[in-house]
Ligand binder design. Structure first.
Ligand SMILES: NC(=O)c1ccc[n+]([C@@H]2O[C@H](COP(=O)([O-])OP(=O)(O)OC[C@H]3O[C@@H](n4cnc5c(N)ncnc54)[C@H](OP(=O)(O)O)[C@@H]3O)[C@@H](O)[C@H]2O)c1
Length: 291
């Protein structure tokens, strides 16, 4: 069983970007199917300002969210950015319609993606640029090589990868200094436990996407409700607190379009579960895991 470290509230990405460990995922501020504008763009901008007011300083986005919509809204709501705000974006996918995400991580395409993100986010340099997913049609080393060139040109500060296996992570690390990995992971989806272990060993930030299992873990009445009730918390908060306790390199980025849910999720950063509670939750989660 994983040794539980004392909880720290911050993590330093790449040795120089200190962030609060509970971040915000900005995928849910677009239209249905992560396509087009949200119903109320001003409400999305208000939500983004609230993210920062609450002290969150890691916002995850991608050129493909909308496409372009999430990055545009972030710039409209928050530029000029407060000191210390880390915007992590990604490139390497195309959008061909609602819910469709074909991969395209050719070097020339990644460079085009990065230029677009720099323009939309109104940045001279992106703090954390992530390869959204390896493209089976392109050697991973070529995709990472393009990102290294972008880094050498000063257009990106740090490089992250997403949706990688352990083998792909090792290959990526042979080309560039990988500072974060973003994979699907939650209490009920631990397929990436081996990748998380590798990240922990190397001090690489691990950013779990779908940390609330798309909201399922926030539903009342699930496997977390007993602990939630005892701690006067919600099931979603217990799921996030479990992630934070599970590994010191864990940087969850729950996504929401609701201020109420945002405030609830951020407050989960304060919830310290006891060892007994963590064990109880861990076994409930692994019982349900599809792994
Ligand atoms: N790298 C990748 O390939 C990849 C893929 C997917 C996502 N991501 C990133 O990961 C982030 C997180 O993933 P996600 O947003 O899809 O999934 P998630 O955080 O697991 O769940 C989001 C869903 O849960 C609901 N929710 C959030 N907080 C809640 C709360 N306190 N109570 C009840 N329901 C709640 C949201 O609905 P409401 O809007 O109603 O709150 C939304 O439907 C994304 O925003 C994105 O930045 C990355």
């Amino acid at each position: 069983m994983r040794r539980l470290e004392p909880m720290t509230t911050t993590f330093t990405i790449g040795g120089d970007l200190e962030v609060r460990r509970l971040g915000f995922g900005a995928m849910r501020i677009t239209g249905d199917g992560i396509w087009g504008l949200p119903e109320d763009p001003e409400a999305a901008r208000v939500l983004l300002r609230r993210v920062v007011e609450l002290g969150v300083n890691l916002i995850d986005t991608a050129d493909s969210y909308g496409p372009e919509v999430s990055e545009n809204l972030i710039a409209e709501a928050l530029h000029p950015y407060p000191d210390g705000l880390v915007i992590a974006t990604k490139g390497g996918l195309r959008r061909t319609g609602p819910g469709a995400w074909p991969r395209d991580a050719r070097p020339e395409r990644l460079k085009e993606c990065c230029e677009g993100s720099l323009r939309r986010l109104r940045l001279e340099r992106i703090d954390l640029y992530q390869l959204h997913a390896p493209d089976p049609a392109v050697p991973l080393e070529d995709s990472l090589g393009a990102m290294k060139e972008l880094q050498d040109e000063g257009k990106i500060r740090h490089i992250g990868v997403s949706n990688v296996s352990l083998d792909e992570l090792e290959r990526a690390r042979s080309v560039v200094d990988v500072v974060t990995v973003q994979n699907r992971y939650s209490l009920v989806d631990r397929h990436s436990e081996d990748v998380l272990d590798a990240c922990e060993g190397a001090g690489i930030g691990f950013v779990p996407w779908f940390p609330l299992a798309m909201g399922d873990l926030a539903e009342p009445g699930g496997p977390l409700s007993e602990v939630a009730r005892a701690r006067d918390a919600t099931s979603g908060q217990v799921a996030l607190a479990w992630l934070l306790a599970h590994s010191p390199v864990m940087l969850p980025i729950p996504g929401t379009s609701s201020i109420e849910h945002l405030e609830e999720n951020v407050a989960a950063g304060e919830l310290r579960l006891s060892d007994d509670e963590l064990r109880q939750i861990g076994s409930a989660g692994s019982g349900k895991s599809a792994a």
